[in-house]
Design a protein around this ligand. Structure first.
Ligand code: F6R
Length: 617
């Protein structure tokens, strides 16, 4: 949700900023901008509606002109995507430039106050208000310096932000601040990088400081990185971390899109999620986060799973898993609803937050509430050291590697893998899962990466062909039962977000309570019908669809006859225990959504109106 890049050092700032913005474009891509501090210290700004490529078209002359600068790629919140609303924004005196990720919630009050003092505004953004508030404090107190004015301004605003600010009268200095949106500072040799995540600078340095909530930093080649608390101005000793990220992980590696690369990475990512945790020969699941708090889980009144989007779908499958194997009651909540409905939470509850990015504002807000009420908070995040990972009491990283395609794929199957491990671990510990069943389930889980590989090998070419028949389709239904009902929801979400085809997921049996009215010869219905999982009931549902001439795309187990005979298209996946079928069945659904979107000419990695990490509520 907006990407920020900043640089000061000996290299060409234009190249660093532009290349960095390309890597962060997954965070937002409706406009882009750059500001450089040229040799005469004048701030040179270029910005435009559109993508980083559009920015390059209008800004090439800035190349080679500066060693310090910053840029922004935007996901619009306040104000439509337009040249005027693009960042960077300048203060009225033209001396201060800002780039911002997040939302200043009280911007309207501040805007009124500044307007009364004679400030004018070129854009509809909250960000332009903040940069003028900084100028206001400097005009008001000529004795305070630029970083102090930024601090004063940040103390007046509430909401969420990661900002980087430059001031023409303070050459060589970048001031950054963070509350609720991530910001990393890369420490190079005689150079510093700033970015919303480490990907823009990973080829230059492996050392980074992740700015903490409520901290700001003044960065210059002369004085290094000076970190302070925003409220008290207390000096903070930076904690330098070694990055594990490498360049290969954030490049497409020969695939046309990140999404396809990430779909194909799933045998490895699921394996990586289990690595060191699932020790089949020893018959144990080793998860420090769970191990240290087993009693807390065992004695929980209930487990509440909080998440959004795809992660919420993983949570629904988690509910099936944990209730079946550990027999602990589970509720799954949309984070955005949970937060605002005055939920009953006690200190006997365990809350599991699932978030790929670890930055989702809705999930974060819900967690904070649960924490205040004394619940034990467990995080399942992909991004190491993300905001959610930091505020939880314990947790497990999914270790799926960076997910760059906006539509989540490998993070989803990694989340399912962690939830499976948790369910089996808790079930074994509290005696609901006997040793023989436990041993056979973990052996099967261990082989799931191979099953995924098999699905990729056997269905890829076939799905490419099937997808061609649905390029003009306007509606889709996805149906599944039991564990595969959430898998149907996820299949539908994948299709709608990248192809813009309207798609709905339903429990197959619910069809007769309404959606069946939609079925005619123009309605494709994807039905997930593995052998183990209410198969007979699904057969009846398929008959009902057939009787109404719906076009059936069936995901079935190898050797299936009954459903396959009725289906127009048959996609075969290997047979597994029911609890593993959503992992295996999701892979062909991801491919189907991907190819339909590609044939429709959609920008698969950057679907319209979406962004990878949603840091506004
Ligand atoms: C869908 C998708 C979104 C995210 C949702 C939560 O493909 O990616 O629905 O799942 O925005 O994001 P995280 O998991 O980062 O909290």
């Amino acid at each position: 949700m907006c990407g920020i890049v900043g640089y000061t050092g000996f290299q060409d700032a234009y190249d660093i900023v532009i290349n960095g913005l390309r890597r962060l474009e997954y965070r937002g891509y409706d406009s882009a901008g750059i500001v450089l501090e040229g040799s005469n210290n004048k701030l040179e700004v270029e910005k435009t509606k559109g993508k980083v490529d559009d920015l390059v078209n209008i800004s090439k002359e800035l190349k080679g002109t500066a060693k310090i600068g910053m840029g922004h790629t935007r996901w619009a919140t306040h104000g439509v995507p337009s040249d005027r609303n693009s960042h960077p924004h300048l203060s009225n005196n033209g001396k201060i430039a800002i780039v911002h990720n997040g939302i200043i919630e009280n911007y309207d009050t501040i805007k009124k106050m500044l307007s009364e003092k004679g400030f004018t505004f070129q854009s509809e953004t909250d960000t332009e208000v903040l940069v003028n508030l900084i100028q206001y404090f400097m005009d008001l107190n000529p004795e305070i310096d630029f970083p102090t004015a930024v601090r004063y301004a940040l103390n007046e605003v509430y909401g969420a932000y990661a900002i980087t600010v430059l001031h023409e009268d303070y050459p060589g200095i970048l001031v950054v601040g963070r509350l609720g949106s991530p910001l990393a500072i890369g420490i190079g040799d005689k150079e510093y990088f700033i970015a919303s995540d480490a990907s823009p600078f990973v080829e230059f340095t492996k050392e980074a400081i992740y700015l903490e909530e409520g901290h700001m930093a003044t960065i210059s080649l002369e004085n290094g990185v000076d970190i302070r608390t925003i409220t008290e101005n207390s000096k903070i000793q930076p904690e330098i971390q070694q990055l594990k990220l490498n360049l290969e992980q954030i490049e497409k590696g020969g695939y046309e899109h990140f999404m396809l690369k990430e779909i194909f990475e799933q045998p490895k990512s699921v394996h990586d999620t289990m690595r060191g945790r699932l020790l089949v020969d020893e018959g144990i699941i080793k998860m420090a986060g769970i191990w240290d708090h087993l009693e807390r889980f065992k004695n929980a009144n209930r487990i509440i799973i909080i998440a959004c989007g795809t992660s919420w779908h993983a949570g629904l499958i988690g509910e099936y898993l944990i209730e079946e194997y550990a027999r602990i009651p589970v509720e799954v909540e949309y984070a955005s609803e949970f937060r605002y409905r005055n939920p009953i939470i006690t200190d006997k509850d365990v809350v599991i937050a699932i978030s790929q990015s670890g930055e989702t504002a809705d999930t974060m807000a819900a967690l904070k509430l649960a924490k205040e009420k004394g619940a034990f908070i467990y995080g399942i995040c992909n991004v190491v050291d993300s905001s959610i990972a930091r505020i939880t009491d314990a947790g497990s990283y999914t270790h799926a590697g960076p997910e760059i395609g906006v539509a989540s794929t490998k993070a989803f199957t990694a989340q399912l893998t962690i939830l499976t491990l948790i369910a089996f671990k808790l079930g074994k510990h509290n005696g609901n899962l006997g040793n023989a069943d436990f041993m056979s389930l973990i052996a099967e889980l261990d082989a799931i990466p191979k099953r995924i590989e098999e699905v990729l090998n056997t269905t890829h070419e076939q799905i490419k062909e099937i997808a061609k028949d649905f390029v003009e389709t306007t509606n889709f239904l996805y149906l599944g039962r039991g564990y595969n009902y959430p898998a149907a929801l996820e299949g539908a979400l994948k299709l709608k977000e990248i192809s813009y085809i309207h798609a709905e997921g339903y429990p197959a049996a619910e069809m007769k309570h309404g959606p069946i009215a939609l079925i005619d010869e123009n309605m494709p219905i994807v039905i997930i019908a593995p052998k183990r999982g209410h198969y007979d009931k699904i057969v009846s549902n398929v008959q009902e669809i057939k009787a109404r001439k719906g076009k059936i795309i069936a995901v079935v187990n190898k050797g299936d006859r009954q459903v396959s005979e009725m289906a127009d298209y048959v996609i075969e996946i290997p047979e597994t225990s029911e609890c593993f079928s959503p992992i295996v069945a999701s892979v062909p659904l991801q491919l189907l959504a991907y190819y339909i979107a590609v044939y429709r000419g959609a920008n698969v990695d950057q679907p319209r109106n979406l962004a990878k990490s949603v840091t506004v509520e």
